[in-house]
Design a protein around this ligand. Sequence first.
Ligand code: 5GP
Ligand code: MN
Length: 330
Amino acid sequence: MTGNRSDDWQQAALFLKEGTRFLVVSHVHPDGDAIGSTLAVKAILDFLGKESGLTNESPVPSKFRFLPGSEAVVPPQNLDGFAFDRVVAVDVADRGRMGAVWEHITADIPLLNIDHHPTNDRFGTVNLVVEDAAATTQILFHLARKLDVPFDRALAIPLYTGLLTDTGGFRYSNTNPEVMEMAAALLRHGVDAGQIAERVMETLTRGQLAILQRALSDLQFTSDGRVGWIWLTCRDLEEAEAEEDDLDGIVNYARNVAGVDVGILFRETEAGNVKVSLRSREIVDVAALAHSFGGGGHARAAGCTLSGSREEVESQLLEKVMASLEQGGD
Ligand code: 5GP
Ligand code: MN
């Protein structure tokens, strides 16, 4: 990892050493990196002798509940009045991504923002934003080393899980020698790679399968075949008896078709908005595109939320994607 001032690392380390009671939070609908980072920060704080409360607006997805200590990640109202003097936000690109947790954090409380999204708006008091890190857990791996935290199971397993999921199982273009070196180091500390991959990558729920069937039956393409998209309504989810987490990975089916550069999942939310997930193969910078709609993410995986009718949302999005493709991705 490059491109970050050593001062930021020092300030982050100091931030953790100086506080006493920390609230640790990640983004709504957490993925492996969000939960992994939350648990890894807890392990670091435990080593430093600090108290911590772990929170997320959303429940921990079932596939991550095997992670030791994951049951401690609770909605803010279940923190039993845990009083904190500092906040650590991990894998959160902007305040809004914390959802309702944000309402529990008053403006005077110092916040450490540890993240790898290029669209991060540096909302923290201290910001350790490393854009070329493959996962937020990669940043935490280095931070733990700087703080001489031993890589026991409580730290190594969540660190590895975040790295595994954010690199798509070491397949995405963010997989580089440093990623593999971190993975190797964690395996040497006793992480069972096969077992973790089995739990988070090789297990489908019934709901996932049922919603995938619906998604595939409605997969559409532009006439040139460079954009593929899927629409899912609240009714689709209900009928498939699928949960939010069961949507994980569906957008890849649109992107993975030969000839497609951009895959899109449009999903109606209960609030009546449309949540858009974008994935690109190599041309379109979907982070920039999502950002232009108030969202964000990474160049190859991003998201935003729009309002409007199906026709409006679809034409707005597709127009921008097509324009970006025409311009070779700019
Ligand atoms: P997903 O499509 O899986 O929800 O998200 C893909 C990537 O885009 C993730 O890195 C996620 O954090 C980011 N992302 C998704 N939706 C939003 C959004 O509304 N705002 C921002 N800033 N990032 C988003
Ligand atoms: Mn991440």
